[in-house]
Design a protein around this ligand. Structure first.
Ligand SMILES: Nc1ncnc2c1ncn2[C@@H]1O[C@H](COP(=O)(O)OP(=O)(O)O)[C@@H](O)[C@H]1O
Ligand SMILES: [Mg+2]
Length: 217
C-alpha cells in the first residue's frame, strides 16, 4: 500500500477557481483512488479497496486543513461524524460514508423523512456539547446512509463565532414547503443550485420573514 502523501502527490487541480463553483480535478492515480465528489474547497476520493475517504484541499484553500483537522479531533467518538484517521498539510483521511447527500436525495426523489431532520438536530447538539458552533450546514454536507442514519461532513467552519442561520432556514423550508403535498419531491440540480444561489444572495428572505413567530423553525 502506498503512503497517503504519495497518493496526494498524484492529484492535480485546475488552477483557476471560482468561489461559487466546485473545484475541478485534472488528474489523479486511478489505480488507488476514485473521485467521489468535490466541494468549493476540496476534492474527495475513495481510497480503493478500503472504507476510507481522502479529502484533499485545493492549494488555494490548504490553510483550511488545520481547522478541519482540529475539529474532527474535537468530534472524536460522536457517531454522527466520520472518524478521522490521518491528517497532513493539505489532506485528511476519514471514514468513507456510503449513501446519498440530501442534495442528491432531492434530485433522485429519495424522500426526506422528519426523522432525518431530527437526527441532524441531534448531530448539531452533539457538536455543541463538544464546544463547537456548527456552521455551513447545507444539503451537500449531510449524507443519508442506506440504514437511514445521517452523517455530517465538512466540519471546517464549526469553530466560527458568528451564528449560522442556514440550518434554521432549511428546517423552516422543510416544514413549510417540502412537507406540503403540492411541493415536488424530485427537483433538478439546476433548480436546486438556483435556489441556493438566490438564498446566498438574500433573495429568499421574503419566504422566511415570519420565521421568528413560528415555533417549528
Ligand atoms: N467521508 C465522505 N464519504 C463520502 N462522500 C464524501 C465524504 N466527504 C465528502 N464527501 C462528498 O464530497 C463532497 C465534497 O466534500 P466536502 O468535505 O463537503 O468538501 P468542501 O469542503 O470542498 O465543501 C461532499 O458534498 C460529498 O458529496
Ligand atoms: Mg462541502
Amino acid at each position: 500500500m502506498k503512503q497517503t502523501h504519495e497518493l496526494v502527490d498524484t492529484i492535480q487541480f485546475e488552477k483557476d477557481i471560482k468561489l461559487t463553483r466546485e473545484i475541478k480535478v485534472k488528474a489523479y492515480n486511478k489505480t488507488y483512488l476514485t473521485h467521489i465528489a468535490s466541494g468549493r474547497s476540496a476534492a474527495v476520493f475513495l481510497i480503493n479497496d478500503t472504507d476510507l475517504a481522502l479529502k484533499v484541499f485545493h492549494p488555494y484553500f490548504a490553510s483550511i486543513t488545520k481547522a478541519e483537522t482540529d475539529i474532527y479531533r474535537q468530534l472524536e467518538g460522536v457517531h454522527f461524524y466520520p472518524k478521522m484517521y490521518e491528517a497532513g498539510q493539505n489532506f485528511i483521511v476519514i471514514d468513507y460514508i456510503e449513501g446519498t447527500t440530501l442534495f442528491d436525495c432531492l434530485i433522485e426523489g429519495i424522500p426526506i423523512k422528519e426523522e432525518t431532520i431530527y437526527q441532524v438536530e441531534k448531530a448539531l447538539h452533539a457538536a455543541k456539547n463538544r464546544g463547537l458552533n456548527p456552521s455551513d450546514i447545507h444539503l451537500k454536507n449531510i449524507i443519508l446512509t442506506p440504514d437511514e442514519t445521517i452523517k455530517l461532513i465538512d466540519v471546517a467552519r464549526f469553530q466560527q463565532e458568528k451564528e449560522c442561520q442556514q440550518w434554521r432556514d432549511l428546517t423552516y423550508a422543510y416544514h413549510h414547503f417540502y412537507k406540503q403535498e403540492y411541493f415536488p419531491k424530485k427537483l433538478s440540480g439546476k433548480v436546486l443550485n438556483f435556489i441556493s444561489y438566490m438564498y446566498k444572495h438574500n433573495l429568499l428572505q421574503v419566504l422566511t420573514k415570519n420565521r421568528k413567530n413560528n415555533p417549528v423553525a
